[in-house]
Design a protein. Structure first.
Length: 155
């Protein structure tokens, strides 16, 4: 028997809606990494008297949402991602006086930008290409990375 859909009820300030999590068809948390082998997810499925949890690799990104929807029988999926969002203030200041609107900053990046391309070596790191390392390196330090970005040493 499929689990009932989540209930919506008035509540909060100004009569806003809130979700009462009595029963979702599927709740998922994914821990992200640039390395696909380190991307794992936990699926919580309703079961008599509670929930069951399954842990598995995220797998192919292009099919993740469709796989979750199939698993939920085409119904709602609550998906949480553990991934960094935003920019450190000191780094944002390097990008032309600071970034006060993060969504606008993301929209400003073109598809041709190298911004999201992860560097293989520290000497490739620059404010315009900040992601490093593609693979762990012996002797790599936060201080060396921060220096390549033009920042004070990271603590």
């Amino acid at each position: 028997m499929p689990a009932p859909s989540p209930r919506f009820s008035p509540g909060g300030k100004g009569g806003s809606e809130r979700v009462v999590l009595t029963s979702w068809p599927l709740a998922v948390h994914a821990d992200w990494s640039v390395d696909p082998r380190k991307r794992w997810m936990a699926l919580a499925l309703p079961a008599p008297g509670g929930w069951t949890v399954e842990v598995m690799p995220v797998g192919e990104l292009a099919t993740l949402l469709s796989r979750l929807l199939v698993r939920a029988g085409g119904r709602a999926v609550a998906l949480g991602l553990d991934c960094p969002i935003g920019l450190p203030r000191a780094y944002a200041a390097l990008l032309g006086g600071g970034v006060s609107d993060f969504p606008a900053f993301l929209r400003s990046l073109t598809a041709a930008s190298d911004f999201f391309r992860v560097c293989d070596d520290l000497d490739e790191v620059a404010p315009e290409r900040p992601f490093y390392p593609r693979h762990g390196r012996a002797g790599m330090t936060r201080a060396g990375f921060a220096a390549r970005l033009g920042l004070e040493a990271a603590g």
